[in-house]
Design a protein around this ligand. Structure first.
Ligand code: KG4
Ligand code: ZN
Length: 362
C-alpha cells in the first residue's frame, strides 16, 4: 500500500511517499521537507499568514519532488493523505485542499490525518512497534503523555496546563536574545554552560498525575536573568544550562508518573515512544533512555528528522488508517483544534485490557 502524505500545519511544507506492507512494516520512498524558518526568523516566531502563503507557493513543487524521488505516479498511489489539523488553519487548508484535488483527479481515497496521530504512529513506521505503547509527545505546540492503544484509539494520560515544552525553549531563547527556533540554540548554549549556577523551580515534580506546567519556570528564569543583567555570554550559557537541566528533570519525573498510570490502567506498554521536535534534544534523549531503563521498557526514539514535522509521518498514518478502511469524504473539514482523544478508529476499536495488553497487539 503506497500513500502520499502532505504536511502544512505549521512552518514546514512537507510531502512524502511511504509504503506499508501487509505485515505492517513501513518503508519511506521519499521524504521532502522545506522549512520556512528564514521567512519567520525576523519576527521571532511563526506568522500564520506568511506561513499559509509560503505553503501555497512551495507545496506543488515539494509534492512533485517527493513523487519524483519515489519514482511514483499519482495513478499508482493507493491513497492521498494530508494533515487536516490541528494547526494554523491557513496552512491546513492549503495542504488538505491540495490532497483533495489530487485524490479527486487520480480517483484515490483521501485520508484526513490528525497531525498528533501522525506523531503518535511514527514509531510503527520506524520500528513496527506493537500496541499498546506509551507516547511522549513534545513539540512547539503540544506536550502530552498518551496511551496509544490502537489506530484511532488514544487516551491522554497527561498534558501541560500552560506552555508546551518546545514553546518554553523558544521563549527562553527569545528572552536571552538567541534566534528562532529556540530549542536548538538553547541546547547549543547549554552544552558549554554550568547548570548549577542558577536554581530554578521544578513545577509538578513528585505529583501522582502526569501533567506538566512550564510557565512558572519561564518566569523564574526571567527573574534570574534580570538579577544578573546585562547578560554576558557566560550568563546566557549558564541560564540555558539551568533551564535545560530543569526541563529534563521535569520530563523524567512526569514520564515516571505517566508510565505508572499506564501500567495501572493497561498493563506493561510494549515501549516508551517519543515524538516531536523537543525530542531532537540530546539531553532529553538521554533522560528518556534513563526513564525507559528504570521502567524496564523498550525505548523507541525515531531519528530527529522523523521527530520534527515531516510528510512521512502523515503518509504513514494515512496508510495505517487506509489499511483499516478508514478513509474520508472529499468534504472533510480542516481543523485548527483537534484533540487526539477525538480521533476516531475502526467501528469497534480493539479493546485493550490489562490482561491482553502485555502480549503486544491488543
Ligand atoms: O514537532 P516540531 O518540529 O513542530 C511542532 O511544533 O509541531 O517541534 C518544534 C519545536 C520548537 O519549539 C523547537 O524549539 C523545539 O521543537 N526543538 C527543540 C530542539 N529542536 C527543536 N527543543 C529543544 N532542543 C532541541 N534540540
Ligand atoms: Zn508536530
Amino acid at each position: 500500500m503506497v500513500v502520499l502524505g502532505i504536511e502544512t500545519t505549521c512552518d514546514e511544507t512537507a510531502a512524502a511517499v511511504v509504503e506499508r506492507a501487509d505485515s505492517g512494516a513501513g518503508n519511506i520512498l521519499s521524504n521532502v521537507v522545506l522549512s520556512q524558518i528564514n521567512e519567520h526568523a525576523a519576527f521571532g516566531g511563526v506568522v500564520p499568514e506568511i506561513a499559509a502563503r509560503a505553503h501555497v507557493e512551495a507545496l506543488d513543487h515539494i509534492i512533485a519532488r517527493a513523487m519524483e524521488q519515489a519514482e511514483m505516479r499519482f495513478a499508482a498511489l493507493d491513497g492521498v493523505a494530508a494533515a487536516a489539523g490541528p494547526g494554523l488553519i491557513g496552512g491546513v487548508i492549503v495542504g488538505l485542499t491540495t490532497a483533495k484535488a489530487i485524490a479527486l483527479v487520480a480517483q484515490k481515497p483521501l485520508i484526513a490525518v490528525n497531525h498528533l496521530e501522525a506523531h503518535a504512529l511514527t514509531a510503527r513506521l520506524t520500528d513496527t512497534t506493537p500496541f499498546p505503547y506509551c507516547l511522549f509527545l513534545a513539540s512547539g505546540g503540544h506536550t502530552q503523555i498518551v496511551a496509544v492503544l490502537g489506530v484511532g484509539n488514544y487516551v491522554r494520560l497527561g498534558t501541560t496546563v500552560d506552555d508546551a515544552i518546545g514553546e518554553a525553549f523558544d521563549k527562553t531563547a527569545k528572552l536571552l536574545g538567541l534566534g528562532y527556533p529556540g530549542g536548538p540554540q538553547v541546547e547549543k548554549e547549554a552544552a558549554a554552560g554550568n547548570p548549577a549556577r542558577f536554581a530554578l523551580p521544578r513545577p509538578m515534580v513528585g505529583r501522582a498525575h502526569a501533567d506538566f506546567s512550564l510557565s512558572g519556570l519561564k518566569t523564574a528564569l526571567r527573574l534570574e536573568a534580570e538579577k544578573v543583567a546585562p547578560l554576558s555570554d557566560e550568563d546566557v550559557r549558564d541560564l540555558c544550562a539551568a533551564f535545560q537541566q530543569t526541563v529534563v528533570e521535569v520530563i523524567a519525573d512526569r514520564l515516571r508518573s505517566g508510565l505508572k498510570l499506564f501500567f495501572e490502567r493497561y498493563g506493561k506498554p510494549a515501549a516508551l515512544v517519543a515524538a516531536g521536535g523537543v525530542v531532537a534534544n540530546e539531553a532529553v534523549r538521554k533522560a528518556l533512555n534513563r526513564v525507559a531503563f528504570e521502567a524496564a521498557t523498550a525505548l523507541v526514539l525515531p531519528p530527529p528528522a522523523l521527530c520534527t514535522d515531516n510528510g512521512a509521518m502523515i503518509a504513514w498514518a494515512g496508510a495505517e488508517r487506509l489499511a483499516l478502511g478508514l478513509t474520508d469524504p472529499l468534504d472533510a473539514l480542516p481543523h485548527a483544534r483537534w484533540a487526539l482523544g477525538d480521533v476516531t478508529g475502526p467501528a469497534s476499536p480493539p479493546q485493550v485490557s490489562a490482561s491482553t495488553a502485555a502480549s503486544g497487539e491488543g
